[in-house]
Write a protein that binds this ligand. Structure first.
Ligand SMILES: Cc1cc2nc3c(=O)[nH]c(=O)nc-3n(C[C@H](O)[C@H](O)[C@H](O)COP(=O)(O)O)c2cc1C
Length: 369
């Protein structure tokens, strides 16, 4: 078995000995007996209350990197969707992330799709969700952010249009203006499979129109970095057209990828047929291949964020070697808790050094092997 192919060895997670004192492993049987959304709400409340101890601090210097001009002590980020309403960004800093992306935030509050709408597939290390952006809306989220101040780590805000919006591009423009000075970067979520407006900007001409409208914004003193998040469910020809459109509009970053509508034939989880976006281990290979393709198309002109199925340091390393200067994860946390962040960082540092790289950026820029 190729040791770099972390997914070949991934089974239902056994409790690591080093994590016996991690409250997550005590709480997991209880949490996983609940509806995933209820379990998530309890997790957020526990994090908010300060009840969950953080991870040991201090990152290996080889993990240091830069994301949109912001120095990070490590390249591991919390992906959008975990903290939709900016409730626990500071706590996630204490759990060892180098950056956190909150959201998706919509202009107006909305309830999202009917429940149940999140499903665990434990046998597959995966989740299916069709949340449809339930959230507090931009005004409440911004008030919360201003009350707390910026977290001490890299910070991104994921933007999404309201499900019933007649002009989703106007939603993105309004959100970008509102949050322009609240984050290091803003992500345009143009790849959500779960709402009526979620995928409309995968049409290159509509994306071009959106980017033109964003380019007209008067940003004042400083313009935030703009990132577009792509869907893994598009063919190579469309990837090429979308990337060309993004490069033409001088977008700063591309995040690859969002959840997938695809259902690999070997899924074993009982909920595999549920509608929605699939995340976690089954997304790893496809999203990493797509990342490598986008690297070839962009040739270093934009920052790439690798996301999809990361559950180990080997996975994070594979994304970095495919061209990502920063990576994100969400689903694996549901199965392994935040001690995973510490083990990912340890393994990533070891792999960078053993392959002779002095930094994450060097590994991301090196030709693929
Ligand atoms: C429950 C859930 C909610 C999500 N919500 C968002 C979201 O609001 N905006 C977004 O861009 N991605 C969202 N995502 C996608 C993740 O950010 C990420 O791209 C995807 O899950 C793949 O990473 P993972 O395999 O590590 O989970 C969500 C994922 C999950 C599981």
């Amino acid at each position: 078995m190729d040791p770099l192919d972390a997914h070949a060895r991934f089974g239902p997670a056994a409790t690591p000995l080093t994590s016996l004192f991690d409250p997550f492993w005590l709480a997991k049987p209880f949490l996983h007996a609940l509806d995933p959304e209820d379990a998530h709400e309890i997790t957020l409340c526990a994090l908010e209350s300060g009840f969950v101890p953080g991870q040991p601090g201090g990152d290996d210097p080889v993990l240091a990197t830069t994301l949109f001009g912001r120095a990070l002590t490590n390249p591991i980020g919390l992906a959008a969707g975990f903290d939709k309403n900016a409730r626990v960004q500071d706590q996630m800093a204490a759990h060892g992330f180098g950056f956190v992306e909150i959201g998706g935030v919509t202009p107006l509050p909305q309830r999202g799709n009917p429940r149940p709408r999140v499903f665990r597939l434990p046998e597959d290390g995966a989740v299916i969700n069709r949340l449809g952006f339930p959230g507090d809306g931009a005004e409440v989220v911004q008030r919360r952010l201003h009350r707390r101040g910026r977290p001490a780590i890299g910070f991104g805000i994921n933007l999404a249009s309201n499900a019933d919006s007649a002009d989703p591009a106007a939603d993105f423009v309004a959100l970008a203006q509102r949050f322009a000075h609240d984050a290091d970067y803003l992500t345009l979520d143009i790849s959500c499979p779960n709402t009526a407006n979620g995928l409309v900007f995968l049409d290159p001409s509509r994306l071009g129109d959106l980017l033109a409208r964003l380019a007209e914004i008067d940003w004042g003193a400083s313009r935030p970095a703009l990132v577009a998040k792509l869907s893994p469910d598009i063919d190579d020809a469309l990837v090429e057209r979308l990337v060309a459109t993004l490069l033409g509009a001088r977008i700063d970053g591309i995040a690859i990828a969002n959840t997938t509508r695809a259902r690999p034939a070997d899924l074993r989880g009982a909920s595999a047929a549920e509608a929605g976006g699939l995340s976690g281990r089954p997304l790893f290979a496809e999203s990493t291949a797509m990342l490598a393709r986008v690297r070839r198309l962009t040739g270093g002109r934009v920052t790439l964020i690798g996301v999809g199925g990361i559950a180990s340091g080997a996975d994070a390393y594979a994304k970095i070697r495919a061209g990502a200067t920063a990576v994100q994860l969400y689903t694996a946390l549901i199965y392994e808790g935040t001690s995973l962040v510490t083990s990912i960082k340890r393994e990533l540092a070891r792999r960078l050094r053993s392959d002779g790289f002095g930094s994450v950026a060097d590994a991301a820029a090196a030709p693929a092997t």
